[in-house]
Write a protein that binds this ligand. Structure first.
Ligand code: DGL
Length: 272
C-alpha cells in the first residue's frame, strides 16, 4: 500500500504564485500540490483590505476542503493584508511570502538598505516596512500598480514595460540607494531580467531578491514537521491547478511562470 501523500495548497490571485510552486516542486519530494489562481477577481492589489481578506479566505477554504494539509499564500497582497484572517479561517498551518523573503534579505547580501517593489495594497499596508524594521533593514516601499497587468498580458520583453520600469525605478531611486531590491509581488520574478537591466541603466548596483525561493524553503520546513521524511514518497511531486477564470489563458500564461506545461486546469466558481 502506498503511503498517503502530503497535500499542499498554494494560493495566489493569479499566475504569479506559480513562481513559488516552481521553487517548491523539487524541494518537497512526493508532495501533491493544489494550486489555486483566483484569476476572475485579480488584481487583488487594487482592492480594499476587507475585499482582499474575503477573497483570500474563500480561496484558502476551497484548498483545505479539497484536501490541503498546509497552505502557502504565494501572494504578497493576500499575505500583507489577510494573513491573520486566513490563519483563523483554516485548521492547517499557513505560510506567507513576506517574512521568508525579508529574512533572506537580512541574511548577508551585504548592506541594510532595501527597495521593496509591490502592489498598491501591499505598500499601503506597510507589511514589508514592519517586517524590515523587525530585521533591522531600512526599507523604501514603491507601489508599481502597472506591472501586474503588463505581466498578465505577457508583455515581459516589451518597450512599454521598459518605459514603465524606467519611470518607477527612477522615482524610487531618487529617494533611496538600495543594496537589494525585493520583488514584493509574486508576478514580478517574470520581470527580474528587465528590472535588473533597468537598475544597471540607472546606475544602481542593487541585487534582486524574489519571494519564491525563500518562501519555498520556509514551506519545506513546515512540510517536514508535518510529514516525517520516511513517509515522503520518492516519486516526483505532482500538481493540479484550479482557476476562477479562463482555463485556456491560465494554462498558456501560467506555463511561463511554472517553467513547464500545465496539462489541465480546472475551472471553479468561488462567487463574486
Ligand atoms: N501576485 C500578487 C502579489 O503577490 C499580486 C497580483 C494582484 O494584484 O492580484 O501581490
Amino acid at each position: 500500500m502506498t503511503a498517503p501523500r502530503l497535500t499542499i495548497g498554494v494560493f495566489d490571485s493569479g499566475f504569479g504564485g506559480l513562481t513559488v510552486l516552481r521553487a517548491l516542486l523539487p524541494l518537497i519530494p512526493g508532495a501533491h500540490y493544489l494550486y489555486l489562481g483566483d484569476t476572475a477577481r485579480l488584481p487583488y492589489g487594487a482592492k480594499s483590505q476587507t475585499t482582499i481578506a474575503r477573497y483570500a479566505v474563500e480561496s484558502a477554504r476551497f484548498l483545505v476542503d479539497h484536501g490541503a494539509q498546509m497552505l502557502v499564500i504565494a501572494c504578497n497582497t493576500a499575505t500583507a493584508l489577510a494573513l491573520p484572517e486566513i490563519s483563523a479561517a483554516v485548521p492547517v498551518p499557513v505560510v506567507g511570502v513576506i517574512e521568508p523573503v525579508v529574512e533572506a534579505a537580512s541574511m548577508g547580501r551585504g548592506g541594510t538598505e532595501v527597495l521593496v517593489l509591490a502592489t498598491q495594497a501591499t505598500v499601503q499596508s506597510h507589511a514589508y516596512l514592519d517586517a524590515c524594521n523587525r530585521h533591522e533593514l531600512q526599507a523604501t516601499e514603491k507601489a508599481c500598480p502597472l506591472l501586474v497587468p503588463l505581466v498578465e498580458e505577457g508583455w515581459i520583453d516589451h518597450p512599454v514595460t521598459r518605459d514603465v520600469l524606467r519611470i518607477y525605478l527612477t522615482e524610487a531611486l531618487a529617494t533611496c540607494n538600495p543594496t537589494a531590491v525585493l520583488l514584493g509581488c509574486t508576478h514580478y520574478p517574470l520581470l527580474a531580467g528587465p528590472i535588473e537591466q533597468m537598475l544597471k541603466e540607472l546606475n544602481s548596483a542593487a541585487g534582486i531578491i524574489d519571494s519564491a525561493q525563500a518562501t519555498a524553503q520556509a514551506a519545506a520546513a513546515v512540510a517536514k514537521a508535518l510529514d516525517p521524511p520516511s513517509s515522503l514518497a520518492n516519486a516526483p511531486a505532482t500538481f493540479e491547478c484550479y482557476a476562477t477564470d479562463s482555463v485556456e489563458k491560465f494554462a498558456r500564461l501560467g506555463s511561463h511562470f511554472l517553467g513547464q506545461p500545465i496539462p489541465e486546469v480546472h475551472l471553479i466558481d468561488l462567487g463574486g
